[in-house]
Design a protein around this ligand. Structure first.
Ligand SMILES: Cc1cc2nc3c(=O)[nH]c(=O)nc-3n(C[C@H](O)[C@H](O)[C@H](O)COP(=O)(O)OP(=O)(O)OC[C@H]3O[C@@H](n4cnc5c(N)ncnc54)[C@H](O)[C@@H]3O)c2cc1C
Length: 269
């Protein structure tokens, strides 16, 4: 048997989804299933009930405000972000989503699922931190907004608590962003990645070097200033079969400088 027996519910409103989550400690939200189903197949997790969010139209879609702010429903897929004319207001979003895995994963995987997984090797957590995204979380006690910098709490842990849902991601206006990574293979999981924003202050978020994205703020866009900011952050990355800790530390400087170069080139255009 591939999966342990599991109950399944497909609510038609956010209120119904919250009630299902509240009724059962073992209930888990199901978005694209590209992480959760694999976790269940590996028996690394075994929810009692899957609360499928795919019937919740209110969690889908991309809205572009008059000032360039984007509001993205948590259930928006990578493919929808790549294809969306609204999302091109912040071009880095589609560019990074296009680097995730393959077409099947991009057709099913969602921005909300990617962020809620808080997998340190995922592409979107560092991007959300670099560009200053805000997460809207709803639960039994109402709605709150959490800045990306405070959202990621640890490996597979976020500010979304038991019985809560991420509903929306708000992205401020800006076009001068960059992203660089060293993937394991073509379009594969990253060994190290970095997202940068040069819309005003320079913000760089490093991925794959710790449990959560590491935000650094270089004094300037000069490559040596960026490298120095990464060195000063004192990161303590893991070593594994793909890269030693020292090599990851070195790569973090390289990808940070590349991401800032891309962001600052766009700022000059
Ligand atoms: C072969 C393969 C390669 C991959 N490579 C990459 C890669 O290179 N880069 C990358 O970034 N990702 C990669 N992924 C992961 C993929 O991007 C997943 O889509 C993503 O991690 C999870 O999104 P999902 O929509 O599938 O969420 P699910 O798997 O359905 O859910 C993931 C977790 O988030 C929770 N959750 C989902 N939505 C919400 C919500 N709205 N509110 C509260 N909790 C929620 C679920 O309960 C679950 O715990 C890969 C996946 C596969 C199968």
């Amino acid at each position: 048997m591939l999966l342990r027996e599991v109950a399944y519910a497909k609510p038609s409103s956010v209120a119904e989804a919250l009630a299902l989550l509240a009724a059962d400690d073992g209930a888990r939200a199901l978005a694209g299933g590209q992480t959760l189903i694999n976790v269940m197949k590996a028996r690394a997790g075994s929810p009692d009930t899957l609360v499928d969010l795919n019937g919740l139209d209110g969690l889908k879609g991309i809205e572009l405000g008059a000032d360039g702010t984007l509001e993205i429903g948590a259930m928006t897929t990578y493919t929808e972000l790549i294809d969306s004319s609204e999302a091109r207001a912040r071009p880095i979003l589609g560019e990074v989503c296009a680097q995730i895995a393959d077409v099947q994963v991009r057709n099913r995987g969602t921005i909300g699922g990617n962020i809620c997984s808080s997998d340190p090797t995922n592409h979107l957590p560092p991007l959300m931190v670099a560009i200053g995204a805000q997460m809207t979380v709803v639960g039994p006690n109402g709605e709150r907004t959490v800045p990306a910098e405070e959202f990621f709490l640890g490996v597979y842990m976020t500010a979304v608590g038991p019985g809560e849902l991420l509903t929306k991601i708000t992205i401020p206006p800006g076009r001068s962003d960059g992203f660089a990574s060293i993937p394991i293979g073509v379009d594969g999981t990253c060994i190290v990645n970095a997202a940068a924003s040069a819309n005003g202050e320079i913000r760089v978020a490093l991925g794959c070097v710790g449990a959560v994205p590491e935000l650094v703020r270089p004094a300037s866009a000069e490559p040596e200033a960026v490298r120095e900011a990464v060195r000063s952050a004192g990161i303590d990355p893991p070593g594994d079969v793909h890269a030693s800790a020292d090599y990851r530390r070195h790569l973090a400087e390289v990808v940070a400088a590349r991401a800032v170069e891309q962001a600052s080139t766009r700022a000059r255009e």
